[in-house]
Design a protein around this ligand. Structure first.
Ligand code: ATP
Ligand code: MG
Length: 394
């Protein structure tokens, strides 16, 4: 039993002492049984939200309409969700309504895959109603119940299947795979933001080839933004040896690189996937650097504009794409830059004004010129030198 569960035991005992049931559920149980680190402890209980709130001093209504209350205990928050069923899915996504129930079995039945439908009692006992333990042992992702019905209810589950295949290095069971293939089109009903989360997790998983193979063979990719004709891209990604992507930016950069998108099309593609401006900017930088490394044309200016983090991403990706990269030489090139940002210049707008330059576009131009020359080592970043340049060029 991991320490996170140990710490939560008093909470479980409090709930049970009041006559209700409480179990650990979801990813934390699955990951514990796989001896993987767990991130969040989810608790399911027969107590209704108001009943949970009466039992503890500090709670937060994090999602009370879905039955979720966070219990605060010694600075740790525990998400506690009332057993529930989800009824009448009419739009292939979220249920129309949730109904709170007192039965654990009902709650486990609505969960997506057998490995996610295990519950663990505070004493360590496992409740396994759908042979989830066997599937965990065999490395299998299997829908709970009839896979076609389950994907009809909520099409996001298809993306979750390929994401877990990749994260866990598991195989999707045959009928579940077939149901994904026949229902792939329903993905169009799902908000892109939610598809994106699963897609990124798939590509960042420990065995992305696993997820990618199903993503390709079931045709799910066709219903993802910009990937209607993405077969070739997915094939190429899948065939990369040691495909390991360490960040979101790495995911998007390798995609736009392999798709060979120009700047405008890159922005369009990333926006279609609902990426934040921060991710879009970082991807542009990493992609420019990646092109530079691949073409042996990474100069000081490109290093500088890219910045350390995105440069490392580009270096990793270049290696992944088969380029021999001297990472330490690359880092040395970056570290040797005289400035890492404009603010590092030993001269300011004030200094320029003191030297007789009028504030305005001319001053901006002159500063930009100085910045470029310092980065290219055509000027030394010393006040006197820079002022001399200003006097000669104003
Ligand atoms: P992660 O490690 O990524 O958090 P997880 O399995 O905990 O994986 P969550 O999205 O946190 O995934 O969901 C918690 C649990 O809720 C799942 O294990 C599953 O039992 C259930 N669940 C989540 N999303 C769905 C869904 N779309 N359909 C059915 N059950 C779901
Ligand atoms: Mg979780």
């Amino acid at each position: 039993i991991p320490t996170e569960f140990e710490q939560a035991r008093p909470i479980m005992q409090t709930i049970e002492a009041a006559g209700y049931e409480a179990y650990f559920v979801g990813g934390s149980v699955r990951d514990t049984l796989l001896h993987k680190p767990i991130h969040d402890v989810d608790i399911a209980t027969s107590a209704f939200p108001e009943e949970v709130k009466q039992l503890f001093h500090k709670t937060v209504d994090t999602g009370i309409e879905h039955g979720t209350v966070m219990i605060l205990d010694h600075g740790i928050g525990y998400e506690t969700t009332t057993f529930r069923t989800e009824s009448t899915y009419q739009d292939y996504r979220r249920p129309d309504s949730v109904t709170f129930v007192r039965s654990l079995a009902e709650d486990l039945k609505r969960r997506d895959f057998t490995i996610n439908a295990l519950a663990m009692h505070e004493d360590g006992e496992i409740i396994d109603l759908f042979s989830g333990l066997q599937d965990l042992d065999n490395g299998v992702i299997r829908a709970v119940g009839n896979p076609e019905e389950r994907f009809n209810e909520d099409a996001l589950r298809m993306m979750r299947a390929v994401r877990f295949a990749s994260q866990l290095n598991f195989t999707i069971e045959t009928k579940t795979t077939a149901a994904i293939a026949s229902h792939a089109e329903l993905l169009e009903k799902i908000a892109i933001e939610r598809i994106q989360v699963e897609f990124v997790k798939m590509l960042m998983g420990q065995a992305p080839q696993m997820g990618l193979t199903d993503f390709l063979e079931t045709g799910l990719y066709r219903y993802c933004p910009g990937l209607a004709d993405g077969q070739d891209l997915i094939e190429r990604l899948r065939r990369l040896d040691h495909l390991q992507l360490a960040s979101e930016v790495a995911v998007w950069t390798v995609m736009v690189y392999l798709l060979d998108l120009d700047h405008v099309k890159t922005t369009k593609f990333l926006k279609a996937w609902k990426n934040s401006n921060q991710i879009i900017d970082a991807t542009h930088r990493a992609n420019a650097a990646l092109h530079g490394i691949m073409q042996d044309s990474l100069d000081n200016w490109l290093c500088y504009e890219t910045g350390e983090e995105d440069l490392m991403t580009a270096a990793d990706l270049a290696a992944l794409l088969g380029k021999t990269v001297d990472q330490s030489a690359l880092m040395a090139q970056y570290q040797a830059l005289q400035i890492k940002a404009k603010g590092d210049l030993e001269i300011t707008g004030q200094d320029l004004m003191a030297a007789g330059v009028q504030p305005g576009p001319m001053m901006g131009k002159l500063l930009a010129q100085i910045e470029r020359k310092v980065v290219n080592n055509e000027l030394t970043n010393e006040k006197e030198q820079l002022l001399r340049f200003v006097r000669d060029n104003k």
